[in-house]
Design a protein around this ligand. Structure first.
Ligand SMILES: *[C@@H]1O[C@H](CO)[C@@H](O)[C@H](O)[C@H]1NC(C)=O
Ligand SMILES: *[C@@H]1O[C@H](CO)[C@@H](O)[C@H](O)[C@H]1NC(C)=O
Ligand SMILES: *[C@@H]1O[C@H](CO)[C@@H](O)[C@H](O)[C@H]1NC(C)=O
Ligand SMILES: *[C@@H]1O[C@H](CO)[C@@H](O)[C@H](O)[C@H]1NC(C)=O
Ligand SMILES: *[C@@H]1O[C@H](CO)[C@@H](O)[C@H](O)[C@H]1NC(C)=O
Ligand SMILES: *[C@@H]1O[C@H](CO)[C@@H](O)[C@H](O)[C@H]1NC(C)=O
Ligand SMILES: *[C@@H]1O[C@H](CO)[C@@H](O)[C@H](O)[C@H]1NC(C)=O
Ligand SMILES: *[C@@H]1O[C@H](CO)[C@@H](O)[C@H](O)[C@H]1NC(C)=O
Length: 897
């Protein structure tokens, strides 16, 4: 499909005659064992190592791109490449034999383990820390199809971020080995070249043992039509004979070459069929060729006693006229006692089904005052790479069976909790908690009720970090927190040393895009909330330093916290979540008389992104001045005078919840606000806004009927705000050339976030509410800019950006300009929706900017980025312009234009 590279496969495989061993080794298993129709080579040509920064690969930063890319290079054992890591500053080709290959008539796999002994890793680590054992390399092998006809295959790429198959580029891969959305390939008979970009990541691959890169590629023959991407149905457990929740979901993959439309889903057990035309907003569910989509539907149990449910999915191909086909799916039921941790399902705001494990308050817990009482929620957030339905997670609190709380073990959507429990993963936590009332209905629960707004949060490792996130972003909802063995921020976990060099102004922009996730900056938000910290003294996975450091900061901001360092203990052991101190903490903090907390008389709120920040002490920050900088609010309450004294910095808008704030006066930045005119008798919210002239007034920052759009609510934040979609994301594009990128974006959203996205290809840029939009365009076909006078304008081969002084700067004039842009904008139909535009002067540059669609955490995409060609090797410094939009969608002074 992509033809900008015209390497002949013959030429890519010219070998040096002196390398006889190598040539022999390139013969694949398939050649020797005729029964295999697919076979990977056992021997791979590897070139490396080169330097890479933590999560930098998304930006490009591949030194071989300076030489035209690995794909343009051929194996040459004599060739030398300059590199900052190895002895003599020289990287070379080598041949690596796959540690394991296996295969049968329908699949083949190869495992590679790459290591370098010409790098002094230990000394580099002394200087640069864990950043030093992250590096990149490339590997080339091949897959041979020995059958006589084309083979439909899926390609799993465990621990791989980027690769080429023949001359087609794939970004995204499967860095965390989810195996959720492999690409579908239609391979012709013969040999196909596979180039793998290998990127080492300490968080995924460890920092203590030898820094090897271990990856697996596996090809499996598939049906060439609609099939299950995952066996079975995601559905709730059956508790005491009743289904705990009604939502079920299947993952469907179209492994054919025509688009497929789902016509109907019917239970084979239940009489009344589900009619897809009645599915809210899903009237025409299309799975485009090569796409994987989750498909949620209502489930009910048949009346007879059964051990499984069966559904048939009716579909047709868009090319096949009205001919219908059927796919069957069944799922064995898991039956549990209602008091045991069990699986519940619900819809994530992104419209796909997710699950959590729920343990309702115990039958004989001594806290129940009957069905009229409400108990708090106790959250346990899991660590990276762990499934919530594993015994390790779901039964972690078995030693404390009698808690007066609704215990939830959320997934955060994936075993890496989506985006480390941030935008997407945290929305899943909230959806899980908010589904408890439907569970109460579904199972006709007669025990105590739930207070969905009162949480005790705890978690281990990545979930410890998630607990810090919950504590610092939902302070009014959290009554207590116990972050266990957690890290304070990804930058503190694995330092961002060793990125390609860049202007410190750019470093500041990348870093500011991660402001909301730097918990060490947000500790003040925890004031007044009891915190119990615990960390193993000998933890070599998440250094104990993180907990010691945050403990010190908690003290400095006046937070009441206890710290337990477990002598001799490592990162994890059975029982780490139920030490004596934790057991008494859970009991103490969930006691019903504890669950209303009083705010301190004096506190501060620090905000990185108002889009994901809740209130503290009833005060919500609605807008920052410059979103590239933290905002802060210092609050002092005088209980005698019943007056608030507020001081702000970088804040444009506040919302005060007067239902909880008893007061007779507010002074803000030295100005007295006469609240009588603003607060009406029924005491609701009071909005305060800061005018350009520097004074505060009662009322919103702008009129909602104003002719220009203003950024608010879910639209706020850096590029990751696109993940705050209410409804499935829509990926729209117009040309055959962009179909591959649209599919890639959809695949990555599903792979990394389990997200659903619909791909639409129309000539008219039709909008498709209610979810957020990702629009992909080349040259002069950009989607309409809705905001009058929007500060980014794309031409056919140029992009203009208006800086904060109103001056336009034009990039990429003239013939042959290679240019791309990724930027947020408000779409035509609003309601806090957001659009991410991916534009390139040519298809290669669209592919370059499509890398920036949020996927891995820690990448630091700001609101807009204009990329030049050299980003492929220079990384962020290859961006021509990047930065943030303020509340009226103007470029901020902190941006680089
Ligand atoms: C070291 O580098 C020089 C110059 O690049 C090269 O000629 C020499 O072969 C290299 N030595 C080794 C051991 O790689
Ligand atoms: C081939 O191997 C794959 C992966 O090991 C396995 O899933 C599949 O069932 C095997 N198929 C046959 C026909 O043996
Ligand atoms: C589904 O519902 C639509 C609208 O209610 C109706 O027109 C259609 O006939 C139904 N389809 C089936 C298979 O029942
Ligand atoms: C599923 O059931 C819920 C609750 O009964 C209902 O509101 C919803 O419309 C149903 N959805 C579908 C797809 O039938
Ligand atoms: C349903 O079947 C299970 C196992 O076959 C059996 O133990 C149970 O008693 C049955 N329940 C009813 C209500 O028939
Ligand atoms: C479902 O249950 C049946 C009967 O107990 C069993 O044979 C089958 O292997 C089970 N299927 C799965 C996927 O566990
Ligand atoms: C619970 O509340 C209902 C309605 O307010 C009331 O009728 C009932 O007596 C209460 N039950 C208990 C046990 O307090
Ligand atoms: C918007 O609403 C405000 C107050 O409701 C009114 O004063 C103003 O004239 C309106 N502006 C426009 C452009 O309609």
């Amino acid at each position: 499909m992509f033809s900008w590279l015209t390497l002949l496969s013959l030429c890519a495989w010219c070998f040096h005659s002196h390398d006889a061993h190598h040539e022999r080794a390139m013969h694949s298993l398939g050649g020797r064992e005729g029964s295999q129709s697919l076979a990977f080579s056992t021997s791979w040509q590897v070139l490396g190592p080169f330097q890479i920064g933590t999560r930098e690969a998304t930006w490009g930063a591949d030194p071989l791109e300076y030489l035209g890319g690995f794909r343009a290079l051929q194996y040459d054992p004599g060739a030398q490449f300059r590199s900052s890591l190895p002895t003599n500053g020289t990287a070379r080709w080598s041949v690596v034999v796959a540690t394991q290959t296996s295969g049968n008539s329908s699949s083949s796999s190869a495992s590679l383990s790459i290591s370098y002994d010409n790098v002094d890793w230990n000394f580099l680590k002394v200087v640069y820390g864990w950043a030093a054992v992250q590096y990149q390399a490339w590997a080339r092998g091949e897959i041979t199809v020995s059958a006589d006809d084309n083979q439909h295959v899926i390609l799993y790429t465990d621990s791989i971020l980027e690769y080429w198959v023949d001359d087609v580029h794939y970004f995204g891969g499967d860095f965390f080995t989810y195996r959720r959305a492999p690409p579908v390939l239609h391979l012709t008979p013969g040999t196909h070249k596979i180039d793998l970009r290998l990127v080492r990541d300490v968080r995924a691959m460890g920092g203590v043992l030898d820094p090897t890169i271990d990856v697996v590629v596996e090809a499996q023959r598939v049906s060439g039509t609609l099939e299950l991407a995952k066996p079975g149905i995601l559905m709730s457990d059956v508790v005491d004979g009743k289904l705990a929740s009604l939502i079920g979901s299947v993952a469907l993959r179209n492994s054919g070459e025509d688009d497929i439309e789902i016509v109907d889903v019917q239970s084979s057990d239940v009489r009344s069929p589900v009619n897809t035309t009645n599915l809210g907003g899903k009237s025409r569910l299309v799975v485009v060729a090569g796409q994987t989509r989750p498909f949620a539907f209502n489930i009910s149990l048949p009346t007879h006693n059964t051990s499984s449910v069966r559904f048939s999915i009716t579909y047709k191909t868009t090319a096949g006229g009205d001919q219908l086909s059927t796919l069957l799916v069944s799922q064995n039921l898991t039956r549990r006692s209602i008091y045991d941790p069990h699986k519940i399902t619900y819809l994530h705001p992104g419209s796909m089904a997710s699950y959590a494990m729920l343990r309702p308050p115990a039958e004989n817990a001594a806290c129940s005052e009957g069905p009229n009482s409400t108990l708090p929620v106790l959250l346990q957030l899991h660590g990276a790479g762990v499934e919530a339905d594993s015994d390790q997670v779901a039964h972690a609190l078995d030693p404390v069976p009698d808690l007066c709380a609704w215990v939830i073990f959320p997934t955060g959507v994936t075993s890496w909790s989506g985006d480390d429990w941030h935008n997407w993963g945290f929305a899943d936590v909230e959806a899980a908690v908010n589904s408890i009332p439907s569970w109460i209905d579904a199972v006709a629960w007669r025990g105590p009720g739930v207070d969905v707004n009162t949480w005790v949060v705890s978690g281990h490792s990545n979930g410890g970090q998630g607990s810090w996130y919950a504590l610092t972003h939902r302070p009014d909802r959290i009554v207590a927190a116990s972050p266990i063995s957690g890290y304070s921020s990804i930058q503190k976990y694995v330092p961002y040393e060793l990125w390609q060099p860049m202007d410190p102004r750019r470093t500041a922009i990348i870093s500011a895009s991660l402001n909301s996730y730097r918990h060490e900056m947000l500790m003040e938000n925890a004031k007044g909330i009891p915190v119990l910290q615990q960390h193993g003294e000998k933890d070599d996975n998440v250094p104990t330093y993180h907990s010691r450091f945050l403990r010190q900061l908690l003290f400095q901001v006046g937070t009441n916290s206890n710290y337990y360092e477990l002598p001799g203990k490592g990162h994890y052991y059975d029982g780490v979540m139920t030490t004596d101190q934790l057991k008494s903490f859970y009991r103490e903090q969930t006691r019903s008389d504890k669950t209303t907390h009083t705010d301190p008389q004096e506190f501060s709120i620090v905000v990185g992104d108002p889009g994901d920040m809740g209130s503290k002490g009833g005060i919500l920050v609605t807008h920052l001045g410059d979103p590239g900088q933290y905002g802060r609010v210092d609050v002092k309450y005088d209980s005698t005078l019943k007056s608030y004294t507020i001081k702000t910095s970088n804040i444009l808008g506040l919302k005060l919840d007067e239902r909880y704030m008893q007061h007779e006066g507010i002074g803000i930045d030295g100005q007295d606000i006469a609240t009588s005119e603003g607060s009406n008798t029924k005491r609701g919210f009071l909005e305060l806004s800061h005018s350009l002239e520097g004074s505060w007034k009662i009322g919103p920052l702008y009129q909602s009927n104003a002719s220009t759009q203003h950024r608010h609510g879910r639209q706020l934040g850096s590029m990751t705000a696109i993940l705050r979609s209410s409804g499935p994301l829509t990926i729209r594009h117009q040309a055959a050339e962009t179909a591959h990128i649209a599919l890639q974006v959809s695949r990555n959203l599903h792979q990394y976030f389990s997200a659903d996205s619909k791909i639409i290809s129309t000539g008219s840029w039709d909008d498709s509410p209610p979810g957020n939009l990702i629009s992909i365009a080349i040259g002069g076909d950009a989607p309409p800019i809705v905001q009058p006078d929007f500060p980014i304008q794309v031409g056919t081969t140029s992009v203009s950006v208006r800086d904060s002084n109103g001056r336009w700067r034009r990039f990429g004039e003239g013939e042959g300009a290679h240019l791309g842009a990724a930027f947020l904008q408000p779409p035509a139909l609003l309601d806090e929706r957001l659009e991410l535009v991916l534009w390139g002067s040519d298809v290669e540059m669209v592919a370059q900017v499509a890398r920036l669609v949020p996927m891995l955490t820690g990448v630091g995409q700001p609101d807009f980025v204009v990329l030049g060609d050299s980003a492929r090797w220079r990384g962020v410094e290859g961006a021509l312009s990047l930065g943030f939009f303020d509340y009226s969608w103007n470029v901020t002074p902190s941006s680089v234009v």
